[in-house]
Design a protein around this ligand. Structure first.
Ligand code: URA
Length: 436
């Protein structure tokens, strides 16, 4: 067997068998298959798709490419959560401390920004000192001692996914159902959870642009979950508009801290409560979804969720004075208001365009090796459906590069579509469907 034959087979729309998939994954993990050979195969998979058997074999093979965590000491129900990616998506940062404050252990590995979407690990790193790369022993100890740890995929868990994930971003091969499903599920299998809530985002700012594809992705991941012994619930959420108001790393940490203290934008609140109530159910801590939501809200009100977040930050060497006083977090040199110049109703704030704009001014990576500017981004002042006057501020651009200012301002004006209607639009619910 050699890699050229495997590439050729997939290029010619033939099905790969288990041995061929394992050959590719083992070879690429060890560096025996080159980046350009892997890129060719990934592109062939992107174009020609995979059968359910191929997707399952790819997932299992990636999950076994490194270490596999054993979290069974945390009980028979170990729950995890993952998002398929979005813009302004700070759900994990708000949700997981709430869940931990309810006594449910949280051992969370998060990703970095991919394409126009942000990554939780990048966001957490905008807290000075916060270490996302702690080793496996300390990760487990943290969960034992304080009930929560949020890190990045630094340990040798699913290293094949880590390489392929980074490669896909640089060759425009992100939006593929078998590649997304195997990427997410391989990490989850390797990280030891046996219950999983997936936030499957749908819309222009997500990798799944419509409900049909999101349903298919959900079905694929639920099926893989069944084979791997992971009970999986998919919550389909709207991603046509950024979630909350802030887009950018430190800016999203600020919004998340405010949310944990009770000041939480409506759309973010819906997603946090829906995903969380299913996590509580899967953990065996309550079957009534509405009651579970109330328990989460209670732990925001009584300060337990915020306290848990502080505990986690401190435990991971983060400086909590930046959380206690969020104004201390790194700021961009220029914070510029952008005015509407038009009366009407906000009809659209395209999440993908906002995500791309945020990347362009430095909040995300355009190339794999780019270093993120933690301080920059966009803070919207209005949401879809709001009334706006010409003298009102649409949003603020937080920016460090002077040469990008005029273009960024104009782009924000172009992205936020204002119609001449006079009545505010009814705000839609962000939860589209639940699959399990
Ligand atoms: N999140 C992942 O972990 N993998 C993907 O491919 C997309 C989103």
């Amino acid at each position: 067997m050699n890699i050229l034959e495997i590439i050729e087979k997939k290029r010619d729309k033939k099905e790969l068998n288990k041995k061929e998939i394992e050959f590719f994954i083992n070879g690429y993990t060890k560096g025996e298959v080159t980046d350009y050979q892997a890129a060719a195969l990934i592109m062939a998979i992107y174009i020609n798709g995979m059968t359910p058997e191929e997707t399952t074999n790819l997932t299992i093979s990636m999950s076994q490419s490194g270490d596999v965590l054993d979290l069974s000491k945390f009980g028979k129900n170990v729950v995890d959560k993952h998002s398929t990616g979005g813009v302004g998506d700070k759900v994990s940062i708000v949700l997981l401390p709430i869940i931990a404050s309810l006594g449910i252990p949280v051992a969370k590995m998060s990703g970095r920004g991919l394409g126009h979407t942000g990554g939780t690990a990048d966001k957490l790193e905008s807290i000075p000192g916060y270490k996302t790369d702690i080793n496996m022993d300390n990760f487990i100890k943290s969960v034992e001692n304080i009930g929560i740890s949020m890190i990045t995929q630094t340990m040798n868990l699913a290293p094949a996914d880590k390489k392929i994930y980074a490669l896909r971003d640089t060759i425009s091969c992100v939006e593929s159902i078998p590649l997304i499903a195997s990427s997410i599920m391989s990490k989850k299998i390797a990280s030891g959870a046996n219950k999983l809530v997936l936030d499957v985002t749908v819309g222009n700012g997500a990798f799944m642009k419509d409900i049909e594809h999101a349903n298919e992705l959900s079905k694929t991941m639920i099926e893989i979950g069944k084979l791997a012994g992971i009970e999986t619930v998919c919550v389909l959420t709207d991603m046509n508009e950024p979630l909350g108001y802030a887009i950018g790393n430190a800016l999203e940490i600020k919004e998340a801290v405010q949310a944990l203290k009770g000041d939480i934008p409506k759309d973010l609140k819906e997603v946090v409560l829906e995903c969380g109530s299913y996590m509580i159910k899967l953990a065996g801590m309550g079957n009534n979804i509405e009651e579970n939501k109330n328990r989460m809200l209670e732990n925001i009100r009584n300060g337990k969720a915020y306290k848990k977040f502080l505990e986690m930050v401190q435990n991971q060497s983060g400086d909590i004075t930046y959380i206690e006083n969020i104004d201390k977090l790194e700021k961009a040199k220029m914070i510029l208001p952008v005015y509407a110049n038009k009366d009407g109703i906000i009809e659209e704030i395209n999440a993908e365009e906002i995500g791309k704009l945020a990347c362009k001014i430095g909040a995300g990576r355009v190339r794999k090796e780019d270093i993120i500017d933690k301080a920059v981004g966009i803070v919207l002042n209005k949401k879809v459906g709001d009334i706006i006057k010409r003298e009102d501020i649409l949003g603020y651009i937080h920016i460090n590069k002077k040469e990008l200012v005029e273009d960024a301002k104009q782009q924000l004006i172009d992205i936020v579509k204002i119609s001449e209607k006079t009545l505010p639009l009814d705000r839609k619910c962000n939860i589209i469907a639940i699959h399990y």
